[in-house]
Design a protein around this ligand. Structure first.
Ligand code: AMP
Ligand code: ZN
Length: 114
């Protein structure tokens, strides 16, 4: 998609700090980290949000989750633990409409979220 920032990152047109990359998926550092580990796991294919994903996207979304788990291992937070978060639509706080999972780690989180 032409004016999507994450499509441009996936295509290498905007630089990013990559952690894991496969043919279909990219995990890279968030530009404004909110936790000691804060990465974003995205499919290279443009899907606007989890709300817009369909059954045809099941495999790629599984690959995104697995790539996030691999990134967590590489960044040393798998054993201590981490969170994967997909902010979705307005109440979810979604700002970039290319589906992504925040990989958050390096500190302990409370539950439920505020
Ligand atoms: P969300 O509110 O879930 O849509 O979050 C979008 C995230 O994308 C925010 O945490 C931003 O800091 C992050 N972000 C925006 N632009 C970039 C960029 N060029 N590189 C890395 N992360 C970005
Ligand atoms: Zn996109």
């Amino acid at each position: 998609m032409d004016d999507c920032i994450f499509c441009k990152i996936a295509a290498g047109q905007i630089p990013s700090r990559k952690v894991v990359e496969t043919e279909d998926v990219l995990v890279f550092w968030d530009i404004r980290p909110t936790t000691p580990v804060h990465c974003l796991a995205i499919p290279k294919k443009h899907i606007a949000s989890l709300d817009k994903a369909g059954p045809e996207d099941a495999r790629i979304l599984g690959s995104v989750a697995l790539a996030a788990a691999e990134a967590a291992r590489q960044l040393g937070v798998a054993d201590s633990g981490y969170r994967l978060v997909a902010n979705t639509n307005r109440d979810g706080g979604q700002e970039v409409f290319h589906v992504h999972f925040h990989l958050l780690g390096g500190r302990r989180f409370g539950w439920p979220p505020g």
